[in-house]
Design a protein around this ligand. Structure first.
Ligand SMILES: Nc1ncnc2c1ncn2[C@@H]1O[C@H](COP(=O)(O)OP(=O)(O)OP(=O)(O)O)[C@@H](O)[C@H]1O
Ligand SMILES: [Mg+2]
Length: 296
């Protein structure tokens, strides 16, 4: 196996006792009929967080799961990518800053089973406004409490930073999924993210677990892509999803039609990859994978 130049290898902090075995035992969330809250985070920009959030959410909904996608990025790409209006008031902003009811802020999508808590343009100011607030890191956790009983999965699309919004996501989440773009600087900044996750586990959310790493924009013919994916497996072992998301133009086109890949191009390699990722995630959480395969 080729290895990346040493400068690209992240210095991995000592990992807290990560319950890797959780990957092969039945998920505590599913067995208690409670949603699993999954933050999709990497402070590096453009690595596929939003594409993964939208399409993993859609893939889970397509096989009958009840899914809430929370757009926590002021860019609002997950909101517009699912055809929702960012200018309509409501969404995640008043949940963070006012005492409003979650269910009043949620919008449905064209895909049955997939709801969205949208990012409106007001969210741009939230990080600054939250600084003054009491319990500012726990606002999202508190707001998402009613979602536990109403959904099977809550996916949070994080912004490309490790600021207060991402901190709110990590405090609200049970697990973190890290999209890793198969490119030269992939590992850059990963140590910082791992340190942040470890710090959150030490203080604000001791139950937070890494769900794992998903390699995105993968091109099998490209040596560098293969090196990055191999390196990820070398460093993180089974935490890396065996499903790799290929580079696929359909995935780039779908948001401009306000649609997930599952609806826009269901036969594309991108759709098949995200359905496989959903299946792998469900299998890790003890679901009957056989039945899902039959559904597609
Ligand atoms: N597998 C893929 N194949 C082709 N294009 C992709 C793929 N994944 C993402 N893209 C495109 O790459 C760009 C960045 O993806 P995306 O917006 O999902 O990243 P992000 O991490 O959410 O970005 P940001 O950090 O700005 O929030 C987008 O234009 C998206 O359409
Ligand atoms: Mg994004």
């Amino acid at each position: 196996m080729r290895t990346l130049p040493s400068a690209l290898r992240p210095s991995i902090p000592p990992l807290p006792s990560l319950p890797r075995l959780l990957h092969i035992v039945k998920s505590p969330f599913q067995s208690k009929n409670m949603a699993c809250i999954l933050a999709i985070s990497n402070q590096k920009g453009g690595v596929g967080k939003t594409t993964t959030s939208i399409n993993l959410a859609a893939a889970l909904a397509a096989v009958g799961q009840r899914v809430l996608l929370v757009d926590l990025d002021p860019q609002g790409n997950a909101t517009s990518g699912l055809g929702l209006d960012r200018e309509q008031p409501g969404g995640v902003y008043p949940l963070l800053l006012d005492a409003v009811d979650l269910h009043d802020q949620v919008r449905t999508t064209s895909l049955p089973g997939l709801d969205v808590l949208p990012a409106t343009s007001a969210l741009v100011g939230a990080e600054v406004e939250l600084v003054e607030e009491q319990g500012r890191e726990r606002r999202l956790r508190r707001a998402l409490d009613p979602a536990r009983a109403a959904y099977d999965w809550v996916l949070i699309d994080c912004p490309p930073s490790l600021g207060l919004l991402t901190l709110n996501a990590l405090v609200a989440a049970d697990r973190v999924l890290i999209p890793l773009q198969a490119e030269y600087y992939a590992m850059e900044g990963l140590s910082q993210l791992l340190r942040t996750i470890a710090a959150v586990r030490k203080g604000l959310n001791p139950d937070l677990v890494r769900e794992g790493i998903v390699v995105t924009m993968f091109d099998q013919r490209n040596n560098l892509c293969r090196d990055v994916a191999d390196q990820a497996v070398e460093l993180f072992g089974e935490e890396v999803f065996t499903t790799r998301i290929p580079r696929n133009v359909r995935l780039g086109e779908a948001p401009s039609y306000g649609s997930s890949i599952v609806e826009y191009a269901p036969k594309s390699t991108g759709a098949r990859a995200y359905l496989a990722l959903g299946e792998e995630l469900l299998a890790r959480h003890g679901h009957a994978v056989q039945r899902l395969r039959e559904a597609h």
